[in-house]
Ligand binder design. Structure first.
Ligand code: PEP
Ligand code: MG
Length: 586
């Protein structure tokens, strides 16, 4: 058995035969043409570009239908790349001056871009390499051939193993036969990952070189929850994964049946479950998995990986898509949360030495108020089609809140004068991610309509630990009593002022931490669609009184490991079935 690990970018477990797509070494050989043929060759390239653009139109329409308009927009961005005058003049120059074939010119220029992107040393640019490869393959296909064809009709369910996979190729996979994929290269924010999530296809990227170690008839287990790939697994491990697939299938069937049943603890405490989404298609998935609405829509994902931010009209269309998919259930739209690790949105970002503590989130939006205004206009226009709540991320001071609110009032006034009406009155809320805001929460409570705790950032800012720095990962501890005390304090202040409070950070997604949150008094959880079945099942297994007891004990404990241990003991005693497949967070 060979065990490999990479970055899990799309959850799910799949087992299938290895389907190897090995084309890393593929290069277009240099073919010279005679100088008098160069005009005709440029013409041929012209025609191929037109054909590629119409091919991308089809891809855009097809993926918009299957995975949502934001995934479709990836291919619209590829069209822009094909029309870029700088790229075009480089292709023409090679054909006219060096007298080479259009294929060679296309491949050479795009390879140079890909290399430059890789060498910048930024993950974000490296992730765009797959888009360049995609443009290259589409154009080579239009010029009359495809480097290495994707698998056609497959006889057996398979797991695709490849050096890379472009977003177009991912969109063309048939999920009936390709059950998941794993690539040597790629990154979590890449478009291939985004398309995979939109298609609900388990995927792992950035495994490093491994294809040469795989035999043709190997059996592959892909664990898209933990980023593990097992080649020719030992029989006992294979059996465990087969059971896990059945169990998960069974669980989602059960949830399908429970869908309309409330998430209620055994002693009758009703918990509302909402979905966290990045893309419109996930709203549908969330509702299918029992969500009562969208608790966090991370709108910045519409901005990432683009050379220009989307115009108001495009934003409106995407936000409206989410509202319509939510079918009358509430949608909490978060304003742009750019900065820190979310950059590359076609906007001016400063070179900050400490971006996590810098111009990010609401600070960024207030620094560029026109951008915020156009986003708010788009959100408010979408709110004419269903219940929308607007939420500001990372609010630290009351002044920030007042400035943001004043902009909302101004934009709303403009729209009202033009005849706009919201489907239901707009509520404005804030995320609690910075300890300073929780310490002064009694000052925010009279002016905010709702609070939502972003535990991912709250842990980061409470423990003074960069959430994406592996060297200090052991300090990133959801079970730390300091974090729990802040959450408890937030709940107390919110309750005293009757302001609804929820949690939308990752602590909502695992049964163990969700149990603690419920014990701390949280009645409203928002988690990714994939986590909802497990969380709902946990709620229905537990008693609120027990959760409360374990949370009270945790508030008095001294370290994260003490809390973790007592939560584990509690689950072992009261609901051992929950621990079977649950990996407790650190
Ligand atoms: C959080 O910080 O918990 C949160 C939900 O926001 P994000 O993960 O998008 O920063
Ligand atoms: Mg956050």
């Amino acid at each position: 058995m060979l065990e490999l690990s990479g970055i899990a970018v799309s959850p799910g477990v799949a087992i299938g035969k290895a389907l190897i797509l090995d084309r890393e070494g593929y290069r277009i050989t240099r073919t010279e043409i005679s100088p008098e043929d160069s005009e005709a060759e440029c013409e041929r390239l012209d025609q191929a570009i037109r054909q590629a653009i119409s091919l991308l139109d089809q891809r855009c329409a097809q993926t918009t239908r299957t995975a949502g308009s934001q995934v479709g927009a990836i291919f619209a961005a590829h069209q822009q790349f094909l029309l870029d005058p700088v790229v075009r003049s480089e292709w023409d120059r090679l054909i006219r001056v060096e007298h080479v074939s259009a294929e060679y010119a296309v491949s050479t220029v795009l390879n140079r871009f890909a290399q430059a992107f890789r060498q910048f040393g930024s993950d974000m640019l490296a992730e765009r390499v797959e888009d360049i490869r995609d443009v290259e393959r589409t154009l080579l296909e239009a010029l009359g051939g495809q480097p290495v064809a994707l698998p056609g009709q497959l006889e057996e369910p398979s797991i695709l193993l490849s050096h890379d996979l472009t977003p177009s190729e991912t969109a063309q996979l048939d999920p009936q036969t390709v059950l998941g994929f794993c690539t040597e290269s790629g990154g979590p924010g890449g478009h291939t990952a985004i398309v995979a999530r939109g298609m609900d296809l388990p995927a792992i990227v950035a495994v490093g070189p491994f294809l040469h170690r795989i035999g043709k008839d190997s059996l592959v287990v892909l664990d898209g929850y933990h980023g593990k790939v097992l080649i020719d697994p030992r029989p006992d491990i294979l059996r465990r994964y087969e059971e896990e697939i059945l169990l998960r299938r069974d669980r989602s069937l059960q949830l399908g049946k429970m869908r309309s049943l409330p998430a209620k603890t055994r002693d009758g405490r009703r918990i509302a479950l909402f979905a966290n989404i990045e893309f419109p298609a996930e709203a549908t998935l969330g509702l299918e998995r029992g969500a009562e609405g969208i608790g966090l829509y991370r709108t910045e994902f519409l901005f990432l990986g683009r050379s220009q931010p989307p115009e108001e009209q495009e934003q409106y269309e995407v936000y409206r898509d989410v509202v319509e998919r939510a079918q009358g259930k509430p949608v909490v739209m978060r304003t742009l949360d750019l900065g820190a690790d979310k950059v590359n949105a076609g906007l001016p970002m400063l070179a900050e030495s400490n971006p996590v503590l810098g111009l990010r989130s609401i600070r960024f939006s207030l620094r560029y108020p026109d951008l915020l205004r156009s986003q708010l206009r788009a959100m408010l226009r979408a709110a004419a089609h269903g219940p929308v709540r607007i939420m500001f991320p990372m609010v630290t001071t009351l002044e920030e809140w007042r400035r943001a609110r004043a902009i909302v009032d101004e934009v709303m006034g403009e729209l009202e004068r033009a005849g706009w009406r919201a489907a239901v009155p707009i509520e404005l809320g804030m995320m609690l991610e910075v300890p300073a805001a929780i310490l002064l929460l009694d000052k925010f409570a009279p002016v905010a309509d709702f609070f939502s705790i972003g535990t991912n950032d709250l842990i980061q800012y409470t423990m003074a630990v960069d959430r994406s720095n592996e060297w200090v990962a052991d300090l990133y501890a959801p079970f730390d009593p300091a974090v729990l005390r802040l959450i408890r304090r937030a709940v107390e202040v919110a309750e005293a002022h009757r302001v609804p409070i929820s949690v939308c950070g990752e602590m909502s997604s695992s049964p163990a931490t969700a149990a603690l949150l419920i014990g701390l008094g949280i009645e409203n959880l928002s988690a990714p669609p994939s986590a909802l079945p497990d969380v709902k099942q946990a709620i229905r297994h537990l008693r609120h009184a027990d959760c409360r007891q374990v949370a009270e004990r945790a508030l008095e404990q001294s370290t994260a490991s003490e809390v973790r241990r007592s939560v584990q003991e509690f689950l072992q005693e009261s609901a051992p079935e929950l621990l079977q497949h649950e990996v407790l967070p650190r």
